[in-house]
Design a protein around this ligand. Structure first.
Ligand code: NIG
Ligand code: FE
Length: 387
C-alpha cells in the first residue's frame, strides 16, 4: 500500500556534510510499504492509495539515539534530589542500580524497556542503541543483552561500567575479559568501557576493548565525562565508532578526533542532570569533528528519553545551531553507529517524525513542548500524540 503525505510545510533532509540540511517547503512524500518511494514539491506529487494532509507540519528523519542504558531496574530520584541540593555526581551511584537490576526478572526488565521505547517513539526516536552495564555479573549482563536484542540490533556490552562491590578489581577485570565477554558476545555488536575517575583506567580500558575487539565486537567508549584520563587517544587508535560525553577535552584531543573516523557523541542530558559544565560543541565543529547527540537515557545521570530536550539544551548551552543539532540527532547518531540511517532517501526505510511546527527550528525554539505528533518506523506508525 502507498500513502501520499502532502501539504507538508517543511520536509527536512540531512546532507552528508556535518550540519547540512536540505529543506523542501510545500512538500509531499510517498511511502510505499516500509520505504520512502518519492518526495518533492506538492505540485509534482504522484497519486497513491491513501492521501494524508500534514498542513502546517514539518517532517524530519527519525532521530537516531546512539547511546542509551535502558537495561535497568529501579530508579534514583533521591540521588538526583541530593545532587540538586549540592552533592556532586559520582560513578558510585551505578551500584544502587546494579542491586535493583540483579533483582529484576527478565520480564520486569523487558517491561521497563518497552515503556522507555514507547517514550523514545513519542520523542521522535526511530532507532536506538541499548547498553548493558547494570548487571556486572555474568548472568545479569548476558540476560540484559539478550533482552536488549529483542528491541535493537545495536546492543552494547558495558560490563566495564564500574567494579561491583563484591569482587576485587583485578578479579573483576579478569571476569570481564574472560567468562563475561564469552557469555555476552553472542548477544552484542559493540563493546564499551567507562574510562573515567571512579570507573576504569586507561590501561584497563585498553585491555577490555582489545579483548572485545578480539572477540568480534566493535569498540565505543564513555570518555572524559568526569576527568580527562587520556581516553581520546586510545579511542582514535582503536578506531572507536564513537567517544561519548567528552565534557573535558584538550586541544590535542580535538586535533586527534578531527583526523579520525571517531564521532563525538554529546549527551546534554547528563550535564543537565549532574549540574556539570557543558562541553563547547563549537570548537569541535570548527575543527571538523563529527558530532552526534544522544539521550544517554539512564536512571542516574540522565533520565530523559526526549531527543527534542537534548536538541534544545545542545543549542542553548553547547553552541550548536538548530540545523547542526538536528543533523547531530539524526545522521550524527547514525554515524556514531556506523549505519546509513538518519536521512530521508528514496528506497530507504520510512523512519520519520511529524512535528506540529512550521519548521525544525521549533525543536529548540519551543523547549519542553511536545511537538512530535506522529512517529513512523519502517512506514508503520508507532506513536500518535493525543489530540
Ligand atoms: O553515561 N557515565 C557512565 N554511565 C552513565 C551513568 C550511569 C549512572 O549514573 O547510573 C552515563 O552517564
Ligand atoms: Fe552513558
Amino acid at each position: 500500500m502507498s500513502t501520499l503525505f502532502t501539504d507538508i510545510a517543511s520536509l527536512v533532509r540531512t546532507g552528508e556534510a556535518f550540519g547540512h540540511l536540505e529543506v523542501i517547503e510545500d512538500a509531499a512524500m510517498v511511502v510505499e510499504g516500509s520505504k520512502v518511494a518519492w518526495f518533492g514539491k506538492i505540485a509534482d506529487a504522484p497519486t497513491a492509495d491513501v492521501v494524508v494532509s500534514l498542513a502546517g507540519k514539518t517532517v524530519i528523519p527519525g532521530f537516531v539515539d546512539s547511546h542509551s542504558h535502558l537495561m535497568f531496574g529501579g530508579e534514583r530520584s533521591e540521588e538526583f534530589a541530593h545532587r540538586m541540593a549540592g552533592q556532586p555526581y559520582a560513578s558510585g551511584g551505578i551500584r544502587t542500580t546494579v542491586k535493583a537490576t540483579r533483582a529484576a526478572s527478565d520480564q520486569e526488565l523487558r517491561k521497563n524497556v518497552e515503556r522507555l521505547v514507547q517514550e523514545f517513539y513519542s520523542s521522535g526516536i526511530t532507532h536506538f542503541e541499548i547498553k548493558s552495564g547494570y548487571g556486572l555479573d555474568v548472568e545479569t549482563e548476558a540476560r540484559s543483552l539478550k533482552v536488549a536484542r529483542e528491541f535493537t540490533e545495536d546492543v552494547t556490552f558495558l560490563g566495564a561500567h564500574v567494579v561491583p562491590e563484591e569482587i576485587e578489581r583485578q578479579d573483576y577485570i579478569r571476569l570481564v575479559v574472560g567468562e563475561m565477554l564469552a557469555a555476552c558476545t553472542p548477544h552484542a555488536k559493540w563493546v564499551d568501557v567507562f574510562c573515567d575517575r571512579g570507573a576504569f583506567s586507561l590501561e584497563e580500558a585498553r585491555e577490555i576493548l582489545e579483548a572485545g575487539i578480539a572477540a568480534g565486537l566493535k569498540p565505543r567508549m564513555h570518555a572524559s565525562q568526569l576527568e580527562n584520563l587520556g581516553a581520546i587517544a586510545l579511542a582514535v587508535e582503536l578506531d572507536c565508532a564513537s567517544v561519548d560525553h567528552c565534557t573535558h577535552l584538550s586541544p590535542e584531543d580535538i586535533t586527534l578526533l578531527s583526523g579520525s573516523n571517531t564521532v563525538v557523541t554529546l549527551v546534554p542530558g547528563a550535564e543537565f542532570s549532574t549540574r556539570s559544565p557543558y562541553p563547547d560543541a563549537r570548537r569541535l565543529v570548527a575543527a571538523g569533528v563529527t558530532v552526534a547527540l544522544a539521550t544517554d537515557c539512564n536512571p542516574g545521570s540522565s533520565f530523559t528519553t526526549s531527543m527534542p530536550f537534548c536538541i534544545a539544551v545542545a543549542v542553548r548551552e553547547m553552541g550548536l545551531t538548530p540545523d547542526q543539532a538536528l543533523w547531530a540527532a539524526t545522521r550524527g547518531g547514525a554515524s556514531a553507529l556506523r549505519n546509513q540511517k538518519g536521512s530521508l532517501e528514496v528506497g530507504a526505510a520510512a523512519d520519520f517524525a511529524v512535528l506540529d511546527a512550521p519548521n525544525h527550528i521549533h525543536l529548540a525554539y519551543r523547549p519542553g513542548v511536545q511537538l512530535v505528533e506522529k512517529t513512523f518506523v519502517a512506514g508503520k506508525q508507532v506513536f500518535e500524540r493525543n489530540k
